[in-house]
Design a protein around this ligand. Structure first.
Ligand code: ZN
Length: 110
């Protein structure tokens, strides 16, 4: 088995990680960056305050940039669970980034 060859097309944005030879002929209709893998600890249970604390799970998330003919997205999802993800437009990701920054600053100051 040989490793797939990745090709960049002239229509690719600079951040595009390339495309498999057999994946899609040009013109390509989507692009994806290299994914950054981020270790995270998360809670799956919705409700807080039970007698037994909600279990925490260590997992890895992938963060990447994707683009199709409609928009450019920030993709965030567990490495091993492709069905669970966020794909946010850039404006949405910036709003979320601003709120997260504010929340984390307030937690850090308390
Ligand atoms: Zn591309």
């Amino acid at each position: 088995m040989t490793a797939p060859t990745l090709e960049r097309f002239s229509s690719c944005p600079l951040w595009c990680a390339g495309h498999d030879d057999d994946q899609e002929p040009p013109p390509v209709r989507w692009h994806r960056s290299e994914g950054e893998v981020v270790p995270v600890v998360e809670r799956h249970r919705m409700a807080l305050g039970g007698v037994v604390p909600a279990p925490l799970t260590l997992t890895e998330y992938v963060v990447a940039v994707e683009q199709d003919t409609q928009a450019t997205y920030v993709y965030i999802g567990p490495l091993e669970e492709a069905h669970r993800f966020l794909a946010l437009t850039l404006d949405s990701a910036r709003r979320l980034h601003a709120v997260l920054g504010g929340l984390l600053r307030s937690v850090d100051q308390s």
